[in-house]
Design a protein around this ligand. Structure first.
Ligand SMILES: [Zn+2]
Ligand SMILES: [Zn+2]
Length: 314
């Protein structure tokens, strides 16, 4: 049995949504009894609304019943605060948006009997990037993932994330991971490569829950668990050296698309990176893109100057 559960922050439009697309992609392989799709709107911006949500979460958990699912795929459609990376939980008494740190948010969302369901699930954060680009929110996010133990969590780094760019990604996820049973960590870059729009629009983050076997531990009673965070950014030697997009126009002369093919070089302190030079007459402005400290390059095709830069230790 497969469970798709979609949590939607109040006020968000979910028409043409990604979770429904996954459900549609899976429908012909399952029956109504073996593929469940549930969508719930949440709002816990006030104490009173939080109590309502807690009761609703309890009802939802009893509707779902016993956890005998082969795959649980959870989506959270939400906004992330652009200046901090906090997540919106709903509206307060005055109708203003309320945002809290990711850990607090997830603790509220997965209330009561919903909480144990997250264990072994695959969790998609359909949110703008700040939640995974600010150190404080990443830290809080990883802390709660360690407690909730989803097998994998996927998030996207674009400041203004557009769900439409992951359409082909999610359909490929349905066939490779859900139907064929591949491990998400092993096929992740294949899924990213299916999409034409995704690489240019957003970076991707994959968080994997890892548990060390008790027998490998010096003290068998303590089990070592941790969250392995990986960041994938698209690079192109001319347009996105080391995965960092060059500005469309030159900051000095304002020319559009004037960057030269990038060249290997060093900054004034000797740090390695790539140098792109503005080719507009008499400008010569240079942009420097730093080489990450530790990384792995995953090429799409051998000999082409593009692919993914994978950084571990997020
Ligand atoms: Zn947003
Ligand atoms: Zn210029």
């Amino acid at each position: 049995m497969i469970l798709i559960l979609h949590f939607v922050c109040t006020g968000l439009n979910t028409r043409g949504g990604i979770p429904r697309l996954l459900n549609a992609a899976l429908e012909e392989y399952y029956t109504e009894a073996t593929l469940w799709y549930l969508e719930v709107i949440f709002d816990f911006g006030t104490r009173c609304k939080l109590r309502h949500w807690q009761a609703e979460a309890q009802r939802l958990a009893s509707t779902i019943g016993e956890d005998t699912f082969q795959q649980k795929i959870f989506f959270i459609s939400i906004h992330s605060e652009v200046t901090r990376g906090d997540l919106f939980v709903g509206k307060d008494e005055g109708g203003d948006d309320v945002a809290v740190l990711p850990k607090e948010f997830m603790d509220y969302l997965f209330a009561g009997c919903l909480r144990p369901l997250v264990s072994r699930a695959t969790l998609f954060m359909l949110s703008c990037g700040p939640v995974v680009t600010f150190p404080q929110s990443i830290c809080s996010f990883k802390e709660v993932l360690l407690e909730l133990r989803p097998a994998y969590t996927i998030a996207f780094g674009a400041t203004h994330f557009i769900g439409a760019v992951i359409k082909s990604f999610i359909v490929a996820f349905g066939s490779r991971v859900v139907i064929q049973g591949h491990d998400l960590g092993e096929v992740f870059t294949d899924l990213l490569n299916v999409s034409v729009e995704l690489p240019m629009h957003t970076d991707a983050y994959l968080f994997q829950f890892e548990e060390q076997m008790a027998s490998d531990m010096p003290n068998p009673l303590s089990s070592a668990v941790h969250i392995k965070g990986m960041h994938y950014s698209w690079y192109h030697t001319h347009h996105r050296p080391w995965g960092c997009p060059l500005p469309m126009s030159c900051p000095k002369c304002g020319s559009i698309h004037s960057w030269s093919p990038s060249k290997q070089g060093e900054d004034s302190s000797g740090a390695p990176g790539r140098i792109s030079t503005c080719q507009s007459p008499a400008c010569g402005f240079q942009m420097f893109s730093y080489q990450p400290r530790s990384y792995q390059v995953i090429k799409v095709k051998v000999g082409e100057g593009m692919g993914w830069i994978k950084q571990a230790g997020i």
